[in-house]
Design a protein around this ligand. Structure first.
Ligand code: FAD
Length: 530
């Protein structure tokens, strides 16, 4: 592959999520590329993509997701070790590690069953389940193929508290890819022993938009990076030559107005393929979030155009065409009365920020909530609290509100959560002083759907001279999707490769080569106390 060598060549980054922002930073930091030569093209009016948080106390805050991170997000910490936190006192990486010494996750209520907390639930695995886990961890991906998790385990596995905690921590479903579960088991082997108390889970000081995206955006803006908002990329024209292919034109629509960006032979194009939050929609306290589809955003359409007749671009159909298997609903609740947080603290034995995910096993929605440390937003007023939650089975009628979660208003979702917490006597006061905003995400677990080898394209597709593919749907051996780390690793891989740098991203951490990690995981799976 011929590498562009001119560092004043233009770079176009399609999509404004963390993958593109990270790519811009690596271009500047490690490739000596000048910021003003980089353009981020984003369809929406703000950057951050899936790594979002917005709103205010009056109208209600919204986070489509609340992210857990951990100590082996090596590319993430590498990137953010160069990015100052917003107050300039330290780097974002330092802020994260210092914060997690102050607020260490130690759940005393990972499951909240029958109105009571379960402290450090037992995994409940039998020998057959453990053998199946061990076999899956060893089985080559090529043999697992498109198989589902449910193809690899007996039905009783899905009744264990291990599965209940695993599927709600990571949002897995029995019909998801066995390869993906295998990767998770291996990648997070070092976390299995503390899994029932969420030991090792790290958080950012504020929500991830305020703690990660904003400092990174500021750093990029200070270096002259251009941001094109409200601009969709509808197609990328490729030129096929004897020495491979080049991206030569980018077709955009800016507020409905078509334009063409000409791409020179030395220029680069880095595309975030697909998006787990594509076509997501918000409801309100009194209206449900409606379900949109593939045609309601440009992300899948662009990938489909690129992949048409070109197998090196993978197969978007595996991820984009199964909304029934990939959707779920999250919600963000803003509270103007401290009672709810105080009551949940007393019920769970954890102060906000300490406990992490609390799952209600009886919930027919399989609902979970997280009460983060407050304030969770920069500028959040005293006396206002914000928490996040989600449900995995959104078409099942609730236990208290006899409606599917997908059809519920924010008020109904809060009523259901209050029911599971047995806080009915406080319901009126809580509902009168809170704003709950539901969010329907049709593609939220699309990256977990069964896939064949080649469905996820390589970061630099074979034959490409100036185009790379990043984000959650490209292939990075060993690492796991549905993580910030995967997007940042893909960006680092793309930049080093396109610039021809003699550098590599930090290798994926492999706890399986650490005997202590293996022993602790083995003991935990068998329920042997350390
Ligand atoms: P995205 O953030 O999806 O960015 C893609 C961007 O490209 C979007 O802004 C989109 O508008 C834009 N775009 C797409 N197509 C076009 C086009 N054609 N033209 C112009 N713009 C376009 N990660 C963790 O590490 N831990 C967690 O616990 C965790 N939990 C999560 C929970 C939820 C509910 C969610 C939503 C995410 C969670 N994540 C978690 C995942 C993490 O947030 C994502 O993996 C990451 O943010 C994806 O970043 P990205 O840049 O690859 O893609």
């Amino acid at each position: 592959m011929k590498r562009p060598e001119n560092n004043s060549a233009a770079t176009y980054l399609v999509g404004g999520g963390i993958a593109s922002l990270a790519a811009a930073a690596f271009l500047i930091r490690d490739g000596d590329v000048q910021g003003h030569t980089i353009t981020v093209i984003e369809e929406s009016s703000r950057i951050g993509g899936s790594l979002d948080a917005a709103g205010n106390a009056e109208d209600g805050y919204v986070m489509r997701g609340g992210r857990m991170i951990e100590s082996k997000y090596l590319c993430t910490y590498d990137l953010f070790s160069s990015i100052p936190a917003l107050d300039g006192s330290r780097t974002v990486t330092q802020e994260i590690f210092e914060w997690n010494k102050t607020m260490t996750t130690a759940s005393k209520s990972r499951l909240f069953r029958d109105g009571r907390r379960v402290d450090a639930p037992k995994f409940g695995l039998d020998e057959g389940h453990i053998l199946a886990i061990e076999r899956l961890a060893l089985e080559p991906e090529s043999l697992l193929g498109r198989s589902k998790i449910s193809d690899q385990f007996s039905p009783t596995f899905f009744e264990t508290d291990f599965w209940l905690m695993w599927c709600t921590t990571f949002a897995f479903q029995p019909w998801h890819s066995a390869v993906e579960l295998k990767r998770y088991l291996v990648r997070f082997a070092h976390m299995v022993s503390g899994f029932n108390t969420l030991t090792g889970i790290m958080r950012t000081l504020y929500n991830q938009y305020d703690s990660m995206v904003r400092p990174l955006q500021k750093w990029l803006q200070e270096r002259g990076v251009n941001f094109l908002y409200n601009t969709r990329v509808s197609d990328i024209t490729l030129f096929q030559g004897d020495a491979g292919f080049w991206a030569r034109q980018i077709a955009t629509e800016e507020s409905g107005c078509p334009k063409t960006i000409m791409v020179g032979e030395q220029d680069r194009v880095i595309v975030t393929l697909g998006s787990m939050t594509e076509a997501s929609s918000l409801g309100s306290m009194d209206s449900p979030a409606i379900q949109l589809g593939k045609a309601d955003g440009p992300s899948w359409q662009l990938w489909e155009r690129l992949a048409k007749g070109r197998s090196v671009f993978g197969n978007p159909v595996s991820f984009a065409d199964h909304i029934q298997q990939s959707k779920w609903v999250s919600f963000t609740t803003t509270l103007h009365d401290p009672a709810f947080f105080r009551l949940v603290r007393d019920l769970t034995g954890n102060v906000p920020g300490e406990g992490g995910l609390i799952t209600f096993p009886e919930s027919s929605w399989l609902a979970s909530i997280v009460l983060p440390h407050q304030p969770h937003f920069i500028g959040q007023a005293d006396g206002v609290d914000v928490f996040w939650g989600y449900g995995l089975f959104v078409d099942e009628p609730g236990n208290f509100v006899k409606k599917p979660m997908s059809a519920c208003t924010g008020r109904e979702i809060m009523t259901e959560i209050i029911g599971h917490l047995r806080l009915d006597s406080h319901a009126g006061g809580i509902l009168d002083t809170s704003t709950c905003i539901p969010c329907m995400m049709p593609f939220i677990t699309s990256q977990f759907l069964p896939r064949s080898a080649g469905d996820r394209p390589q970061v630099v597709p074979e034959g490409s001279n100036n185009l790379a593919l990043i984000g959650q749907y490209c292939e990075l051996p060993d690492d796991v999707v549905f993580t910030v780390e995967y997007s940042i690793r893909s960006a680092q891989t793309a930049v080093y490769s396109l610039l021809g740098l003699k550098k590599s991203p930090p290798p994926v951490y492999k706890g399986k080569y650490n005997p202590r990690v293996l022993l602790e995981a083995f003991m935990a799976l068998h329920g042997i106390e350390a």
